[in-house]
Design a protein around this ligand. Structure first.
Ligand code: ISL
Ligand code: CA
Length: 564
């Protein structure tokens, strides 16, 4: 059986601080803003808050480019504000995990400022510096210089940037302003462990680790093969010392505290997952696997995931992660579009029921659920029209690389982003129906509020017993009250059904049945086998149907039953 642990039983809520709540009218969310909303989160029932980066940063990638790991971003407040927030979280019996972004730093971090100064600077080896390769002759007859290899950046162009001071290139898998740290250097690893201890000693309860499988590189930097170039994220992950470094980090840091760790496992397959999260491995507690959340991408385009595909993913997860490893469940975050617009139906008729159905699934599947801010309100994607509507560096770089050069027509580019852009989830929280949705008193927030805040907002939903918010709160309470939803076995009852997702969670003699209609079409659904829907625990629509083996489900209806 499972070893019971608080982080297995937790429901996590992700805060993207820039977009959560502005307290001082500058249009940017901040830490005092979060502190002012802790009662809202406590009432929702979540136990752990994951805070996206709150550190000093020039914000090339909204804080995922850190300039000083021991300072709070000035726009977000002070260290005293952080301490007050943390105390408020603990007082409410919640916990806080923070984002650990240590694959790369900002180019304004003093390590990099030093590193780029000269080839013999003591910090030179904190990063990867390499000579360029001579290329074909340029128009002046002299040979041109090419990057050391063909590694692409996740944010367009080469992953190598030429630096004139020393005439060498440095590696950046993400933006030019995000140079990759050289983890083969013992001093780098010691610095990372030390900054982790700094925050743990303050009382934070763990870390979400940004792109952690990328920390170990092959220092020879061979060219990627055409095959590898197709999915370079996989090629960058799982470097030669990845497990060694994670185990060392665990020994040096995590083992000494009662913490929760979750790795953003870019490039890690489900088969490789137990090697990181297996409880005999002493690496991380959990990882985020992207199979489900990215199941709707076709190249740059978007195609809604069909239920059998989604069900097969969760079944594979249940098979791969046994009693000695632990899973996460999530379908949204700050890098992905809105939950209801992506996996549900955000039309006026079905937005509320489909948002509730998705919360039902996330909170009854096997693994620690991670909810993203605003999804508890059923917030939707943003109606982007032009490139000027976007903030994200990924989009801006891709626009230059693909639209300005004529490779992709502007209309296609924007149409795809309407479904896939990370900015969909980064628009400010919708707190009430006043100007700027109650997010800020500034004339303009840093990123435009979704115009539907007049209908979709927290004030209205907290007051409405039938809202997505209050339904989600009920679900969280149900998950907490019944261990079967946490430690129970998972069984998909009808894998091939094109619309219905029906599964049981069973722990000892306790069994629950969850039935979800992933379509707007009503169905009379005969339960497979001899199963009977006995007592109704919760439904997202008004129904009293129970003690039956055929369920009459409306479009996007979700139900939970207790069964024998
Ligand atoms: O969101 C993506 C592209 O659409 C992903 O490729 C994303 O860049 C990847 O999952 C890594 O994400 C993390 O590291 C990035 C940062 O931009 C993301 O916000 C963060 O979650 C670099 O730190
Ligand atoms: Ca502010």
């Amino acid at each position: 059986g499972y070893k019971p642990t608080w982080w297995k039983e937790a429901v996590v809520y992700q805060i993207y601080p820039r977009s959560f709540k502005d307290s001082n009218g500058d249009g940017i969310g901040d830490i005092p803003g979060i502190t002012s909303k802790l009662d809202y989160l406590q009432h929702l029932g979540v136990n752990v808050i994951w805070l996206s980066p709150h550190y000093d940063s020039p914000n090339a990638d909204n804080g995922y480019d850190i300039r000083d790991y021991r300072k709070v971003m000035a726009e977000f407040g002070t260290m005293a504000d952080f301490d007050t927030m943390l105390a408020g979280i603990k007082q409410r019996h919640m916990r806080l995990i923070i984002d650990l972004v240590v694959n790369h730093t900002s180019d304004e971090h003093h390590w990099f400022v030093e590193s780029r100064k000269s080839k013999d600077n003591p910090y030179r080896d904190f990063y990867f510096w390499r000579d360029g390769k001579p290329g074909p002759a340029g128009p002046d007859g002299k040979p041109t210089l090419l990057p050391p290899n063909n590694d692409p950046s996740f944010f367009s162009g080469s992953a190598w940037q030429f630096d004139p001071t020393t005439s060498q290139y440095y590696l950046h898998y993400f933006a030019v302003k995000q140079p990759d740290l050289n983890w083969d250097n013992t001093k780098v690893r010691e610095e990372v462990y030390s900054l982790m201890r700094f925050w743990l000693d303050k009382g934070v309860d763990g870390f979400r680790m940004d792109v952690i499988p990328l920390i170990s590189k092959n220092p020879a930097f061979p060219d990627l093969t055409p095959d590898q170039l197709h999915n370079y994220g996989n090629a960058y992950a799982n470097g030669p010392h990845m497990h060694e470094y994670l185990q060392e980090m665990n020994r040096n840091v995590m083992a000494k505290y009662d913490v929760m760790t979750v790795g953003e496992a870019l490039g890690i397959s489900l088969e490789q997952t137990p090697l990181i999260v297996g409880d005999d491995r002493h690496e991380l507690n959990m990882i985020f696997n992207f199979d489900a959340i990215r199941s709707n991408r076709v190249g740059r385009g978007f195609k809604p995931t069909d239920p059998p595909t989604l069900k097969a993913i969760y079944t594979r997860h249940a098979e791969q992660l046994d009693a000695h490893s632990w899973d996460t469940v999530f379908l949204s975050n700050h890098d992905n579009p809105r939950l209801v617009s992506t996996f549900g139906d955000d039309s006026p008729e079905f937005r509320v029921p489909s948002a509730k159905l998705l919360e039902t699934m996330l909170l009854t599947l096997r693994g620690t659920p991670f909810l993203y801010q605003g999804d508890e309100l059923g917030m939707t994607n943003y109606p982007f029209r032009t490139i000027a509507d976007f903030d994200d560096i990924e989009v801006k770089n891709a626009y230059k690389a693909d639209v300005v050069t004529g490779k992709i027509p502007e209309e296609t580019f924007i149409a795809n982003l309407r479904h896939t852009s990370r900015d969909n989830s980064r628009t400010p929280m919708q707190w009430d129906s006043s100007a700027s949705g109650g997010f800020t008193t500034a004339p303009k927030p840093w990123l435009a509020e979704n115009p539907n805040y007049t209908q979709i907002n927290a004030a209205a939903e907290v007051a409405d017993p039938d809202s997505v918010y209050n339904y989600t709160s009920k679900l969280i309470a149900i998950r907490h009250a019944h261990q079967a939803f946490i430690y129970g076995d998972y069984k998909d009852l009808d894998p091939d059904n094109k619309a219905i997702f029906a599964y049981t969670r069973t722990l000892g003699t306790e069994r629950y049945l969850v039935v979800l209609n992933f379509s707007k079409v009503p169905v009379a659904y005969a339960l497979p086998g001899a199963l009977k829907a006995e007592s109704l625990v919760l439904s997202n629509l008004a129904t009293s149907e129970q003690n039956t083996s055929t369920l009459h489900l409306a479009g996007w209806e979700a139900r939970i039953y207790k069964v024998q």
